[in-house]
Design a protein around this ligand. Sequence first.
Ligand SMILES: Nc1ncnc2c1ncn2[C@@H]1O[C@H](COP(=O)(O)OP(=O)(O)OP(=O)(O)O)[C@@H](O)[C@H]1O
Ligand SMILES: [Mg+2]
Length: 331
Amino acid sequence: MKKIIVYSEKLKQALKIVNKVAATNSTVLVTGESGTGKELIVREIHKRSHRSKGPFVPINCGAIPKELIESELFGHEKGAFTHAIRSRQGRFELANGGTIFLDEVGELDIYLQVKLLRVLQEKEFERVGGTKTIKVDVRIVAATNKDLEEEVKKGNFREDLYYRLNVVNIYIPPLRERKEDILPLADYFLKKYCKLNNREELTLSNEVKEILLNYNWPGNVRELENLMERFSILCENNKVTVEDVPLKLLENTQNTQESKALTCDNEFIFPTLSTLNKLNLTLKEFLEEIENRLILEALKKSGGVKNEAAKLLGLKRTTLIEKLKKKKLLV
Ligand SMILES: Nc1ncnc2c1ncn2[C@@H]1O[C@H](COP(=O)(O)OP(=O)(O)OP(=O)(O)O)[C@@H](O)[C@H]1O
Ligand SMILES: [Mg+2]
């Protein structure tokens, strides 16, 4: 059984809604960037509901070809189409007495959106090629990483369906906006994968923790989980150090966005006081940021070989190492 790690106030709030809504039959829409834990939350809703002994039936609306999804959802009768040699139940029937999870609901074809709307309103439908109306007792939970309001504006998603699905909304914020969860999650996954890979427990050095806290995690919890799995396979010592961290993480920190202001097309422009002001940095911080970026770029270009990186920077190897130590980029 998967555990939910939650330290941040933002995720705690989301789980509070889970608690309140689980006992009801209300339709729930779970939103958030990719990898934030939407499916985990949806399963939790089912687990905590009075339907927990009933089936949990997921369907990924984005992964099934358009021609097949209608019969996947609603089933079909024998002879409904060329390959329908026998009649078959769809996921809505299979979910009777339980929960159906419509993942990536934003990908659903407009025609099917109409059919879904009817199921939401009447809890009834017909199989493809069938005439008999089937009634089901199903709780519907949907998830999407799309901005459905935006999709409604663009005409890609029916407004009436959006309101029907969005009775209760649970938004899971991206990991970079709930930093309190980063280290506990890292710890949890590191333990899990060390155990799975039969190795002694690994710990993270303080410098690595600092990097994890400052990275912007575009792939959210899934990306963090994959990184910990990678550490559990590749780390040679019992402590994860900066050398084990992929350069992408060193580069792609949250300062990146602000630092873009420092670059200029093809031409170097000396910064002015207004640059400092705009970036909200002191002179010392500003110079340090420039130094860090150049060092990281050189390390990346040299594939982490310090001798090469020092050459690119016009520094002695020992000076570079000194700087890395001072900046706590090296342990
Ligand atoms: N708070 C958490 N505690 C423990 N594990 C978590 C947490 N959040 C996410 N995970 C784990 O991270 C991974 C990704 O989560 P999940 O598949 O639920 O994300 P998702 O939002 O559905 O992603 P996608 O949009 O890509 O489908 C899973 O292995 C999940 O168990
Ligand atoms: Mg998912």
